[in-house]
Design a protein around this ligand. Sequence first.
Ligand code: MD3
Ligand code: FE
Length: 222
Amino acid sequence: MSTMSLFPPDALATPNASATDQQLGPGAWVLRGYALDDVDGLLAELGRIRRQSPFRHMVTPGGYTMSVGLTCCGTVGWTADHKGYRYAAIDPETGQPWPAMPHLFLALAQQAASHCGYAGFTPDSCLINRYVPGARLSLHQDKDETDFSAPIVSVSLGMPAMFQFGGLKRSDRPEKVPLFHGDIVVWGGPDRLRYHGVLALKDDPHPLLGANRINLTFRKTR
Ligand code: MD3
Ligand code: FE
């Protein structure tokens, strides 16, 4: 592991900025349509993953059943139960290892990360969220990983969603950012621990995915 910081020193140092990139913070970008060329391949891989580890609705330690369906791929996946949240190598629903991370998933996440100046991103897990109309994700931080120097990369597919981009305190008023089919969000450095969420999805069916939104998030958990 290199000792060089993964965080780009400033926006101007971002090596591959394009006209459609939207900067959300000092270390966070939306790359509009960045995944569009890979959609067919991503959906084919998703079909294999969900046959091996189906979507399920996690029950939080507080006893709430999440409206968002979840599966994972990679060497570890995210699980929730009455004891808390953690990453684990075995899918508790199947008793088997999580499906391997497809090469296409890894390559796309690494390409998007380096586009934003985060060279050498090596995610070991991809969480896959499925939203139907009405599903939402309340404001939270992603902090079950151990290495906050690595960014997170997210890929949005299907129905649009209104993303909430908050601050480092839960009470900071979030900015609303719409996310569309094919968009990628990369967030790291000082934006890595920002609160964020997804407002309840509208019923706005997508030509390819119908009344579904799929979100892939790539993480380096250890
Ligand atoms: C975080 N997923 O799985 S990813 C999650 O669309 C999760 O399913 C959401 O939060 C989803 O933990 C959001 C996109 C995203 C975009 C910008 C952010 C997450 C962000 C900015 C700061 C922190
Ligand atoms: Fe999150």
